[in-house]
Design a protein around this ligand. Structure first.
Ligand code: NDP
Length: 312
């Protein structure tokens, strides 16, 4: 019997218990699933989220892998007690949700939807200028992983010219792929909409700074569902105030929940959403967890293993 400890928080346990049980059965695994670990040495796998119970992984001496429920691992990857392999979550339903959120917010800005839906005052504002169509609006996606690649391809399917940027060189059909320092400059230069889907690491913190914001097209829009610290907040507010940047739609923040007094809440050019861009979904994520347990038991390589050196 394989012992799996759900250490992702009591609030998630009711949502995941049945979904995980079903996924283990579907994968042909005999598993004892528990939400506590009175004897840590007996645990084979840990299902983890940062809101969960464990900060010291030391006692889990026989644990074969820690399976993170979230895509981002910045809150666990630096834990020095974690000697076990760490896998992040790539959940197909979470990817679909992120594509929908990103496309929705890109389209809001591309079509200038606010102009007409926020004011309904009986004035017929028929603009005589012709707005650009998608193929005339360059979009850049920073990060070409599970989420960035899917979002970039969905935007390209709508005819946006999409540039994507990653650490290692890539070829993704439909996207102009760039990498490295020079690649970043090229990806940002003249972009009218930028979507940040990078993990938070030492290399990506404050990546979007004053110098890089200057590279964007005047009035560009920044959409950040990645992580708050990717952006230098003060530089962002300055660029918005000076009219350099047109709008920022932010889903993630340095401090969450975003404090009520934070200037983002009241800034007329900032949209705040409360880290809801896309959730891990229990039914599909449980299958990913079960597949990794199956792989572990069969001695096969784990899916979505985190590179501890790179931090993602
Ligand atoms: P992946 O690990 O699949 O992809 C990360 C991408 O970022 C890769 O393309 C990687 O490059 C690139 N990257 C990493 N470091 C650098 C760097 N220093 N320079 C250039 N590129 C870099 O992650 P996901 O796509 O699954 O998720 C991305 C992030 O989205 C998560 O880490 C999380 O922070 C956030 N997220 C937010 C959610 C929300 O609701 N707001 C929900 C889920 C995730 P390479 O391909 O070369 O490795």
């Amino acid at each position: 019997m394989v012992e799996v400890y759900f250490a992702a928080g009591a609030d998630l346990w009711p949502r995941y218990r049945d979904a995980l049980e079903a996924a283990f059965v579907e994968a042909g695994l005999k598993v004892t699933l528990r939400d506590s670990a009175p004897d840590p040495a007996k645990i084979d796998y840990i299902v983890f989220s940062p809101g969960g119970e464990i900060s010291d992984f030391g006692p889990f001496v026989n644990c074969k892998a820690v399976l993170n429920l979230w895509a981002g691992v910045e809150k666990i990857v630096g834990n020095r007690t974690l000697t076990q392999p760490l896998c992040r979550m790539v959940d197909p339903a979470m990817t679909e949700g992120m594509v929908e959120w990103v496309v929705g917010h890109v389209m809001r800005h591309h079509l200038g939807i606010d102009r007409h839906v926020l004011v309904q005052d009986g004035v017929w504002r028929h603009d005589t200028s012709i707005p650009p169509i998608a193929r005339e609006r360059p979009v850049t996606v920073l990060g070409l992983g599970a989420l960035g690649k899917a979002c970039g391809q969905a935007l390209a399917a709508l005819n946006f010219p999409v540039a994507g940027w990653s650490r290692s060189p890539k070829e993704v059909p439909g996207l102009r792929c760039l990498s490295g320092g020079d690649g970043l400059e090229e990806a940002l230069r003249g972009a009218q909409i930028v979507v940040t889907l990078l993990p938070l690491t030492r290399q990506t913190e404050n990546l979007i700074n004053a110098v890089r914001l200057e590279l964007l097209a005047p009035g560009a829009v920044l959409i950040n569902p990645g992580r708050g610290p990717l952006i230098d907040d003060a530089a962002l507010i300055a660029a918005l105030d000076h009219g350099r940047l047109g709008h920022a739609t932010l889903d993630v923040f340095r401090e969450e929940p975003l404090p009520p007094s934070h200037p983002f809440w009241t800034h007329s050019k900032v949209t705040v959403t409360p880290h809801i861009a896309s959730e891990t979904r229990a039914s599909t994520a449980s299958r990913v967890i079960a597949e990794n347990v199956r792989r572990g038991e069969a001695g096969e390589a784990f899916l979505y293993l985190v590179d501890r050196e790179q931090g993602y």
